[in-house]
Write a protein that binds this ligand. Sequence first.
Ligand SMILES: [Zn+2]
Ligand SMILES: [Zn+2]
Length: 680
Amino acid sequence: MPMNAKTIAVHLPDGAIREVPAGTTPLEIANSISPRLAAASVAARLIPVGAAVKQSSAADEHASEAAMYSAEDAAGPRLVDLATPLTADTRLELVTEKDPDAIKVLRHSAAHVLATAVLELFPETKLGHGPASDSGFFYDFHRDKPFVPEELAQIEAKMAEVIARDEPFKRESAPREKALEEFARDGDFMKTHFVTKFTAPGDQVSFYRNGKFVDFCRGPHVPSTGRVKAVKVTNLAGAYWLGDEKNPQLQRIYGTAFFSQKAMDEHFARLEEAAKRDHRLLGKQLDLFSIQELAGAGLIFWHPKGGIVRKVMEDWMREECLRRGYSLVFTPHVMRRELWKISGHEGFYAGNMYTPMELDDAEYRLKPMNCPGHILIYKNSPRSYRDLPVRLAELGNVYRYERSGTMHGLLRVRGFTQDDAHIFCTPGQIEDEVVACIDFAEAVLKTFGFHEFKVELSTWDPNDRAHYAGSDENWDLAVGSLQRALDRKGIAYKTIPGEAAFYGPKIDIKLVDVLGRLWQLSTVQFDFNLPARFELEYVGEDGERHQPVMVHRALFGSVERFFGVLIEHYAGAFPLWLAPVQIGLVPISEKHHAYAQKVEAELKAAGLRVETDVRNEKMNGKIRDFANQKTPYILVFGDKEQEANAVSVRTRGKGDQGSMPLAEFIAKCKALVEGKSTEL
Ligand SMILES: [Zn+2]
Ligand SMILES: [Zn+2]
């Protein structure tokens, strides 16, 4: 080794430190550990020695232009190519195919493969950009003639060739001015835009080359195109350049990629299963709800069958609220604009609110949240520490503006019902209150048949103090009590600094459905802002006036959204206690109609939801119709059953269970309903 060669220290995850010459690559280090590890590695993660390991935030999961091109945050971890020469002391993690970041590197690499294929087939095409997305990748292209389906098939075939050529991805760099000159010369208006926007004069800009294809890009990439083991072009959509319709129209080709064919097959099988469970489809098929064009987008009509499920959900929720020491309240849907000015919604939330309506006395606005209403009730009486905690709950209808085109069935709407509650308490009570909220949230999930959930604690960014309301002591108290509450419950959680709202930290509970999808529903949110804005008070033990602590919490989140998730979770086959029709009655012929009436009356008297099919149809047709409606029990009866005061029972998912005395069947149903069993 020459005398002047620099040596750097590379810290490995197992604590080992390797002294290596500067310029050594992660791939070389991987190979020195084991060639097998080197082969399994996709990229490398460099973390400055001494830096705290940052939790990845939800925002990182979204592909953003800035993330694709801008300078790295030198203080944080960054992903690099396996071939990147290491120039300074660093912690090093090899990113293998199992690492959650690996698939994004792969998919972005697949986007380069797509662009390579497109330019080989259609050299006149101009390139936009091609980031990885949540479930795949896309690339924006500009070409006078839109792509047609046959061309997409051609492109996919060409991509297979590019992958088979196993071209290494090589990073190169050039002075920014030279790059801009070349892009301008070639009419690459989109590349010119990205370079101008994301680099500064005097910068070196980086490019990635595979074969003859070169793209402006920060990387990282997998070592070679051959690492893309499975790829598929999935979709084509038009979009205006920079979202402006005066600009040229682009064509966005979507695709997805995986490390193995098996992983890709599983992905498409999951999509197919999810499509079968789509709540919009099942909502129609089971006649649960509709959205009426005449009434407007994002507004839900609950049909009788959906309405009964909602009633059962709401009854449960209201009963639980009362049992857990909440008071039930109702507040108006429209309130004076003045109120929204005091609450601050007119300022920070105006974009989500409907425009004011002028009545004879004042201007009014539809409520986007229930909090100010509950605050007025709190404020209406003098409160002493003995009255606290005050827990006000409401199934409150709120209206929020969503851009047209962004609505999605029950999941994203313009009008919905929050199972909203506001807790006003003393600082000393807050920890117990948060524990009680988490208990309640767990009860919701368990009762409705979800067995797994993930918890996130969003806290402030102390380096960005100016953006947050409330004192330092407020924040310490709030974050501390949320943490202690989670610890007391023994719940594992992820802390996300900087994700809190400006008015306080929060706990988000995301349930995991039967397909493993995460749904954000329950939230427990602190608020330092509203008690101050409304000058809320209570008289303390010391006889002095104090400001109460306030918590917003919603557990279903939105009744509409929760219902949508339930439909997909159960694929429309609701457990008996929730099912709109619990029991379908099938008399074999007309002469059994009288017995049907008797059975129906007895079931109804037991509080069960029944429907009798008295149509002049074949028995099997009636059974099939109830089965298509996913009815939990179908009872069939003819002479034999009538004589024995019995019914022949068909159980959903289990088929014919034979004959059973009617009284025994009723007792069985009642036990399942009362126990809120999710077994049937
Ligand atoms: Zn790239
Ligand atoms: Zn609220």
